[in-house]
Design a protein around this ligand. Structure first.
Ligand SMILES: *Cc1c(COP(=O)(O)O)cnc(C)c1O
Length: 361
């Protein structure tokens, strides 16, 4: 076990201030007092693991990440269950995906033990920030940047791994169904590209289509496959699922361009356990427009750690739109899956999968 050096802030947020900040934290703007940091160099490997007061970084303007974008991240949540215990949901799956992202971006791979250790050590120091409101959680953002001072294009020989923690409410403001823009202009990921890696660059490329969506009154974008623009891949930061009239649930298969969502995988397994038919098969966008209009597809939802399960009210594109169900409220299968998943994540439901880690403080 690697020892983390713990350096506590001398100016901690008071309980009163914290309460005010956590009353309605929204998403990603409120941060805890500390952060985890581990350094890497080719000579020393991963070293200098510590928990320190949250503070700005000092990096050289020639640092490689600022020029060539070697950056990967993860997103997971710490939950507080009814009894007050703090849980993590499948954090080892995040560690494994983080390592896979590092390989694709040719970055130093962080061992799982360090990934989990950094999160647990940070939680020990900042556990007061895990909300007890069941609508909220503590979002954890592990990420690695390359940090060599060099303008040549090559794999960097220095890296910095950091974990930030941020108490959050729902990802989407309001709790109704979201309208989603189907981008026919832009794609997110091509075969052989970085679609399966959780890297900042993918998000940078999604911001213009995101703007296009906003111009059409949509808060999210749906991307189609880059080859034929025929099949549904996923949304900018969430996977997508559809519910058919017979109650079966269908989602596009993983094939290199879709991010391997842990929420996606959990819903597939949980749904099967609940007796639902869960199908992974290519979903053509034309078929969805037709089937939703004909009432053959009755529900659609986005899924991911930040969004959990968010109902999709309608798809919009240049040639028109189509609603799922009544276009406003979450359907029964969406709600059933959401309730089951949330109960499991908070450690309030039996966990036959061994997914829930309780964090000992
Ligand atoms: C993070 C992410 C998801 C969701 O993954 P989870 O593990 O469920 O949080 C889906 N798509 C993209 C592009 C993502 O970056």
């Amino acid at each position: 076990m690697v020892e983390f050096k713990i350096e506590r802030t001398t100016t901690p947020t008071s309980a009163e201030q914290r309460q005010a900040l956590m009353a309605d934290p929204k998403f990603g703007r409120v941060f805890t007092d500390h952060m985890a940091v581990i350094r890497y160099t080719d000579e020393k490997g991963w070293h200098d693991a510590k928990i320190i007061p949250r503070q700005p970084l000092q990096i050289d303007p020639a640092s490689t990440v600022l020029h060539y974008g070697q950056e990967i991240f993860e997103g997971l949540k710490a939950y507080r269950g009814k009894g007050g215990a703090i849980t993590l949901f499948r954090p080892e799956a995040n560690a494994a995906r983080f390592a896979a992202s590092a390989r694709r971006l040719s970055m130093a791979e962080l061992p799982e033990e360090l990934f989990l250790g950094a999160i647990k050590e940070l939680l020990k120091v900042d556990h007061d920030w895990v909300p007890s409101n069941p609508e909220q959680s503590l979002y954890l953002r592990p990420f690695t940047i390359s940090n060599e001072v060099f303008l040549g294009v090559k794999r960097a020989n220095e890296y910095l791994f950091i974990v930030l923690a941020s108490p959050v409410g729902g990802y989407f403001s309001g709790n109704g169904s979201i309208p989603v823009w189907v981008s026919e202009t832009y794609t997110r990921a091509a075969p052989g590209g970085t679609g399966e890696a959780k890297c900042g660059g993918n998000y940078a490329a999604s911001l213009l289509p995101q703007q296009e969506a906003a111009d059409h009154g949509c808060s999210q974008v749906l991307f189609l496959d880059a080859k034929e623009r025929r099949f549904i891949d996923e949304m900018g930061g969430m996977n997508v699922m559809f519910v058919r009239k017979d109650g079966s649930v269908v989602t596009p298969p993983l094939g290199g361009t879709i991010l391997r969502g842990i929420t996606r995988d959990s819903i597939l397994k949980l749904g099967r356990k609940m007796g639902l038919t869960m199908v992974e098969e290519p979903v053509a966008i034309e078929d969805v427009f037709k089937a939703a209009a004909a009432g053959e597809i009755t529900e659609a939802f986005a899924c991911g750690t930040a969004a959990v399960i968010s109902p999709i009210g309608e798809f919009r594109r240049e040639s028109g739109s189509v609603a799922f169900g009544d276009g406003k409220t979450a359907g029964p299968v969406t709600m059933k899956l959401r309730t089951a998943l949330c109960g499991l994540q908070r450690g309030e439901e039996p966990d036959p999968f061994g997914w829930v880690h309780s964090v000992s403080l």
